[in-house]
Design a protein around this ligand. Structure first.
Ligand SMILES: C[S@@+](CC[C@H](N)C(=O)[O-])C[C@H]1O[C@@H](n2cnc3c(N)ncnc32)[C@H](O)[C@@H]1O
Length: 390
């Protein structure tokens, strides 16, 4: 939601958010541009339009006939593979979900789609939360009935667009230089780019660019990019990856030699004029890979040097950033034994550098950091922060 809000704000598309649960959001948009959104957003799986809704209580009383009158079934070709995906289903019991599925099955038969196959959820352990995987929708041409339960109402629609999984995958595994241990997943890189608020034609800087994943996504978003890395090897890797990207995805990447610089993120004003940069998106991290969870004291020690670098880099970023420009960055959180999470006070460092929290319009009460979904096994976790220069 933070990404979507930042994306729509920067494109001046007016929108309202009617409700959010853990897995779905209900948004009304003045302008729906499915193709752009499919290619531009890193943090979503599916988007569909709401076709009808009913009170959850009605479903609980098995009174769903109201759906008969909504024209919901008019869309179907004769033969269709179909499935149901439930989001926010914890308000419903397994029986209620099954009832809804059977209802659709019968209605689809009556609508003439009898030859179609029902695609069962891939995860049978989640009986109450069937989900058609978004990658399958594209591959296997499946009509996906979306059900989102938000604030005691069930909203129903059909998936219209799914994330560009293939494009993100190619930009990760198809590029000439890959370093999975240090690089950020392209989808997360795109989320940072969108959170940075950079618009097409504006300058996006990644001062710890590594092999250039964030810059790749910046280029895809139409930004003019600049990168800095301390190591010549990384600078070369970024140039090669960006050159490859420009040919593979037909985006313009001219002057890479001048735009990807070997240098120190703590002295950006040596390479760029003051207030020359529109937005920054970066993942410095700077911790060695950890084999195990560490005690809190060890985590504090590990974080001393990174804190110093973040502090100096934030000051330097603030000098070259335009007023009102934003910095979307990842900071490290070390998982400690027995069950803790340690980092340094990055908001204080940002504030000392003249950067304050950016709050997306759709989420007035949100607090940074946001944590991407975790497996539980990570020893160091990414925390996402977004600051604006005031
Ligand atoms: C976590 S990696 C970034 C990876 C990048 N996001 C990607 O996907 O390829 C951090 C990078 O910062 C670079 N680095 C470390 N200290 C630096 C400094 N003071 N100035 C600039 N770059 C630095 C390292 O060489 C490394 O390539």
């Amino acid at each position: 939601m933070a990404e979507l809000s930042a994306y729509l704000e920067s494109r001046r598309v007016s929108f309202d958010v009617f409700g959010i649960n853990q897995r779905a959001a209900l948004v009304s948009l003045m302008k729906f541009t499915p193709d752009n959104m499919r290619l531009s957003l890193g943090g979503f799986y599916k988007i569909g339009q709401v076709l009808c809704s009913l009170e959850t209580a009605k479903l609980k009383q098995r009174e769903v006939e109201v759906l008969d009158q909504t024209g919901f079934f008019g869309f179907l070709p004769e033969k269709v593979n179909w499935g149901i995906s439930m989001y926010g289903e914890q308000e419903l019991t397994v029986e209620e979900v099954e009832y809804l599925r059977d209802y659709f099955h019968q209605r689809l038969r009556r609508a003439g789609a009898i030859k179609g196959k029902y695609r069962f959820a891939k995860r049978p352990q989640d009986e109450a939360s069937p989900e058609v995987m978004s990658a399958d929708i594209a591959k296997k041409q499946t009509v996906d009935i979306l059900v989102a339960v938000i604030d005691s109402r069930c909203y129903l629609g059909l998936t219209e667009i799914v994330s560009d999984h293939e494009g993100f995958r190619r930009r990760d595994l198809g590029r000439p230089v890959q370093k999975p241990v240090i690089s950020i997943p392209p989808k997360l890189a795109r989320i940072l780019v969108n959170l940075s608020g950079v618009k097409p034609g504006e300058i996006l800087l990644d001062p710890f660019c590594g092999i250039g994943t964030i810059l790749q996504e910046g280029l895809m978003a139409g930004a003019d990019i600049c990168g800095v890395d301390l190591m010549g090897e990384m600078v070369e890797a970024t140039r090669r990856n960006l050159q490859w990207l420009s040919e593979e995805f037909r985006v313009k990447a001219t002057g890479l030699t001048e735009k990807v610089i070997q240098g120190d993120a703590r002295s950006l004003h040596h390479y760029f004029p003051e207030e020359a940069i529109d937005a920054v998106a970066t993942e410095p991290i700077l911790l060695p890979p950890l084999k195990d969870f560490v005690p809190a004291k060890k985590a504090d020690l590990l974080l001393v040097k990174p804190e110093e670098i973040y502090e100096q880099a934030l000051r330097s970023i603030s000098i070259v950033l335009k007023n009102g420009g934003r910095v979307a960055l990842v900071a490290p959180f070390v998982r400690t034994r027995p069950r803790g999470l340690k980092s340094f006070d990055i908001r204080r460092l940002a504030s000392q550098a003249g950067l304050r929290d950016y709050i997306p319009r759709a989420l007035p009460k949100m607090k940074w950091p946001l944590f991407p979904k975790m497996t539980g096994q990570e020893k160091v976790v990414r925390g996402i922060f977004v600051f604006a220069k005031s």
